[in-house]
Design a binder for this molecule. Structure first.
Ligand code: HEC
Length: 111
């Protein structure tokens, strides 16, 4: 019985952490998505074209709706992917990441 309880607790913790890991939007997730080819089917990622993220500093000041529009245009266009829902964790993460570029000192951090 003890073993079973342990298993259940363990499973619960794994389930919870995977749930939060996947669902909670974060700059880190956005950064990963930015470099991922999985957003589309063309074998490209955002980085393919936006290698110099310093150039996105201006875009970082756009409001969220505007960014969602632009990002979806880039996804549906060159990435040949499916547009993301504006409320999805993926889109929110991408927006958070782009917005984070406004304040970051990017030139030498390599991130
Ligand atoms: C095939 C190349 C290509 C890919 C791939 C691409 N973009 Fe773009 N993106 C462009 C071009 C071209 C523009 C418009 C010109 C510009 O501002 O650089 C643009 C504009 C933008 C802008 C607005 C920039 C500004 O200053 O107004 C953002 C933000 C952006 N893209 C994000 C993304 C994201 C996020 C992805 C990945 C999901 C992505 N792009 C994938 C080519 C691309």
């Amino acid at each position: 019985m003890k073993k079973l309880t342990g298993l259940v607790i363990c499973g619960g913790i794994i389930w919870c952490s995977s749930l939060f890991g996947a669902e909670a939007p974060s700059i880190e997730t956005g950064k990963l998505l930015f470099g991922s080819e999985k957003l589309g089917s063309s074998g490209k990622s955002c980085v393919t074209c936006h290698l110099d993220v310093n150039k996105l500093k201006i875009a970082a000041t756009y409001d969220e709706d505007e960014l969602v529009d632009i990002i979806n245009r880039c996804i549906a266009g060159p990435l040949e992917g499916k547009k993301l829902d504006s409320g999805s964790a993926e889109m929110k993460s991408l927006v958070l990441y782009i917005k984070s570029l406004k304040t970051k000192e990017l030139a030498d951090t390599g991130r």
